[in-house]
Design a protein around this ligand. Structure first.
Ligand SMILES: Nc1ncnc2c1ncn2[C@@H]1O[C@H](COP(=O)(O)OP(=O)(O)OP(=O)(O)O)[C@@H](O)[C@H]1O
Length: 249
C-alpha cells in the first residue's frame, strides 16, 4: 500500500545553509507521528514543505501519490503561536477559514459550534480573544483547524506555551478529537513525554535534519492519562531521551 504522505530524498538549502540533505519519511493515513529534534534542526521547515508553503531544493513531497507544489485544501496548519483576530469573537474566529473561501451558511455555524463544543468552549463562543486564557486560545486554534475536516493536521509545538496541567488536558482532548476526525497528524514537540503519549511513532531528526531514528509507540488507544506512570511508558521515554542525547552529542 502506498503511504499517504511521502517525503522522497528531500534536500533543502537556505542560501549556503543546508537544512536537509537526503530526508525520507513515510506516513500512513490516520497515523499520528511526532517529530523531535534540537532547536534549529528544521522541524518547522519540514512541515512548511509538507504544507506546500515551501518548495524543497531537491526531492519531492507526495500526498496520496501526488507531488505537492502549493498549499493543499486538505491540509491544515496549527501554528506555534496561535493567531486569533482580536476584533472577532471565538465563534467568528473559528468560522474564518470558511469565510475566506465562501459565504458562511447556517450549517457552517452549527459546525463551528460543534467543534467549539469538542474543545469545551461551547459556553465561551461570544467571548473575544482578550478575555481568554492561553489554554482557551489554543483550544480555539484547534477548533478552527477542525472546522475544515482536514485530512492532514500539521501541528507546530501547539501546546509549548501552556502550563503543564492545561497541556495535559489538551493532550487528552487531542487524542479524543483525532479519533473522531480520523486525521493524519504530524506534530512537532520538544517534549518527549508528550510525543510518546500522543503518537503512533516518534521520529528523531538531527543537525543535518536527516531522520536518524524512529520509535514505534505500542500502547493501544484510547490512552488514559495514567499511562504516563506505567513502567513501559517510562522505559520508552528513556530510550528516546538517550537516543536524542546521542545525536545531539
Ligand atoms: N525562510 C528562511 N530563510 C533562511 N533561513 C531559514 C528560513 N526558515 C528557517 N531558516 C533557518 O533554518 C533552520 C531551521 O529552522 P526551523 O525553524 O525549521 O527549525 P526548528 O527545528 O523548527 O527550530 P525550533 O525547534 O527552534 O522551532 C534555522 O537555522 C533557521 O534559521
Amino acid at each position: 500500500m502506498k503511504p499517504f504522505i511521502e517525503l522522497q530524498k528531500i534536500g533543502l538549502d537556505f542560501g549556503k545553509q543546508t537544512i536537509f540533505e537526503d530526508l525520507n519519511l513515510q506516513v500512513e493515513a490516520n497515523e499520528f507521528i511526532s517529530i523531535i529534534g534540537k532547536s534549529g534542526t528544521g522541524k518547522t521547515t519540514l512541515i512548511r514543505m509538507i504544507a506546500g508553503l515551501l518548495a524543497p531544493t531537491s526531492g519531492r513531497v507526495l500526498i496520496n501519490g501526488e507531488a505537492i507544489t502549493e498549499p493543499h485544501k486538505e491540509i491544515t496548519y496549527v501554528f506555534q503561536k496561535p493567531v486569533l483576530l482580536e476584533w472577532r469573537n471565538l465563534l467568528e474566529n473559528v468560522l474564518l477559514p470558511i469565510e475566506l473561501e465562501r459565504k458562511v451558511t447556517t450549517k457552517d455555524i452549527d459546525k463551528a459550534k460543534e467543534v467549539l463544543k469538542l474543545v469545551h468552549l461551547e459556553e465561551d463562543q461570544a467571548k473575544y480573544p482578550h478575555e481568554c486564557s492561553g489554554g482557551m486560545v489554543s483550544r480555539v486554534s484547534l477548533a478552527r483547524a477542525l472546522i475544515t475536516n482536514p485530512k492532514i493536521l500539521l501541528m507546530d509545538e501547539p501546546f509549548a506555551a501552556l502550563d503543564s496541567i492545561t497541556k495535559e488536558q489538551l493532550q487528552l482532548e487531542l487524542t479524543q478529537i483525532i479519533s473522531t476526525y480520523h486525521s493524519t497528524v504530524i506534530f512537532i514537540t520538544h517534549d518527549i513525554q508528550e510525543a510518546v503519549f500522543l503518537s503512533d511513532r516518534v521520529v528523531l531528526i538531527n543537525e543535518n535534519s536527516n531522520k536518524v531514528n524512529e520509535f514505534i509507540v505500542p500502547f493501544p488507544r484510547p490512552r488514559h492519562k495514567d499511562l504516563k506512570f506505567e513502567p513501559e511508558f517510562q522505559q520508552l521515554i528513556k530510550q528516546i531521551y538517550e537516543s536524542l542525547e546521542m545525536i545531539e552529542g
